[in-house]
Design a protein around this ligand. Structure first.
Ligand SMILES: Cc1cc2nc3c(=O)[nH]c(=O)nc-3n(C[C@H](O)[C@H](O)[C@H](O)COP(=O)(O)OP(=O)(O)OC[C@H]3O[C@@H](n4cnc5c(N)ncnc54)[C@H](O)[C@@H]3O)c2cc1C
Ligand code: SF4
Length: 376
């Protein structure tokens, strides 16, 4: 993918997007189809032309963790490198070790990228490559209607200003873009309505799924056995397949899943969706461009109170000298910050001389809503 040409420095784009992960890639693709001129600022390195670049790094990795296939390198011959020497760093589950550990101490800023002062560490990760956190598993669940009305249904938290019906159409659109394999009848529970069928039938249940189903439901269940679920009298507990963004048949020029269970961190045959699929299609519209190794560093607000430009730092290398890094700025009519739950909050808070923007509530960065657990 070509970077934006330097003579475009003064251009006013229709939309500038920060981050090319799931959110950024899907938005860019939609805007590209609508013939909007889009520039993506992406902190990570370009997508290799051959997935085997990632596979080779994964095969060679001593520790096979979600981050292993991807750049920037977080190891050198001496072990974990000091995150401060990486130009756009990222967390790794290898730094979930105890305080004082020689390797992977989550409280040691010379080892762990995230500086955390709470009692327990954030136990997941995210990536810094074009295409974002593509080491996801592919599980593509919809919310159930009551998730949107926690206060009125369960008397706790708060109700959303929108409901399931407002998103229903868009769930269908996203499932078509990602290529989700699931059975409609299997997924229509707890009030979920699905008006657009999934693009592919479900991945067949594994032997373990079948065994659990048979064992759970060998005889009618008693209330004593199911009462803890709080769902009234149940005679069976259905075992459903998870909707998966993995092809159960060839879809959008990608192959069907071969069932080798390497989805985290990388599907060697790209049967699992990752955002590079949408990014490549976005680029193919001819309206979307991307600047790699370009870290958005400051969101600038104009006199009219609206964002006027975004400043960035563009690195030549993932690691090493910063003397050749170049600062710059881009202008657009609309800006989208799609830089991951943690990095989006960070960028908002470090903007406007670190007084922060879009934070009149004071809540930005206060309640992390991200993948909360370590998935190996
Ligand atoms: C091991 C694992 C398994 C998971 N499995 C699932 C699953 O099965 N189902 C599910 O729904 N979710 C899953 N998730 C969660 C899912 O991956 C994330 O929710 C998703 O990637 C978030 O998308 P995003 O676009 O917000 O951010 P990301 O995909 O993380 O993309 C953010 C992009 O922004 C770029 N960026 C960040 N800061 C800047 C900056 N300042 N300037 C320029 N670029 C920047 C990054 O380089 C990156 O490319 C999993 C996560 C992990 C870690
Ligand atoms: S082929 Fe393997 S890695 Fe790819 S989606 Fe299927 S099980 Fe996952």
């Amino acid at each position: 993918m070509a970077g934006a040409a330097s003579n475009e420095a003064d251009k006013v784009w229709d939309v500038v997007i920060v981050g090319s992960g799931f959110a950024g890639a899907l938005i860019a693709h939609e805007l590209g189809k609508a013939k909007k001129e889009v520039l993506i600022l992406e902190a990570g390195a370009p997508i290799p032309t051959n997935i085997n670049d990632y596979m080779t790094r994964f095969y060679a990795a001593a520790a096979k963790v979600p981050e292993s296939p991807y750049t920037p390198e977080i190891f050198d011959n001496n072990g974990l490198v000091d995150p401060a020497t990486i130009n756009a760093g990222r967390p790794t589950v290898l730094t979930l070790g105890p305080t004082g550990a020689k390797f992977g101490d989550w409280t040691n800023a010379k080892q762990a990228y995230l500086v955390q002062t709470g009692p327990t560490p954030f136990t997941s990760t995210y990536d810094r490559i074009a295409g974002g956190t593509g080491h996801w598993l592919g599980t593509s669940l919809r919310f159930v209607p009551n998730d949107f009305k926690m206060k009125s249904a369960y008397g706790q938290f708060t109700d959303w200003p929108i409901g399931y019906d407002d998103l229903e159409h868009w769930y269908g659109e996203a499932e078509a873009e990602l290529g989700v394999s699931a059975d409609k009848a299997d997924q229509e529970y707890l009030g979920i309505k699905i008006s657009r069928n999934y693009p592919m039938q479900r991945i067949p249940p594994s032997l373990v799924d079948q065994y659990v189903d048979r064992s759970l439901n060998a005889k009618p269940l008693t209330e004593a056995e199911t009462g803890f679920l709080g769902a009234g009298k149940l005679e069976t507990i259905p075992v459903r397949s998870l909707p998966a963004a993995r092809n159960s048949e060839p879809y959008r020029n990608r192959r069907a899943c071969a069932g080798n269970t390497n989805c985290i961190p990388i599907c060697p045959i790209q049967a699992k969706y990752d955002p590079t699929v949408s990014l490549n299609d976005a680029m193919a519209t001819g309206f979307v461009k991307m600047m790699h190794r370009t870290v958005a560093s400051d969101i600038v607000v104009g006199e009219n109170g609206r964002v006027s430009q975004i400043k960035y730092i563009r690195y030549q290398h993932d690691r090493g000298p910063r003397s050749d890094a170049k600062p710059g700025a881009v202008k657009a009519k609309v800006f989208v910050i799609a830089a991951n739950a943690i990095e989006t909050a960070r960028l908002l808070l470090m903007s406007r001389d670190k007084t922060g923007i879009a934070n009149s509530s004071g809540m930005v960065g206060q309640h992390l809503m991200d993948h909360p657990s370590y998935v190996s």
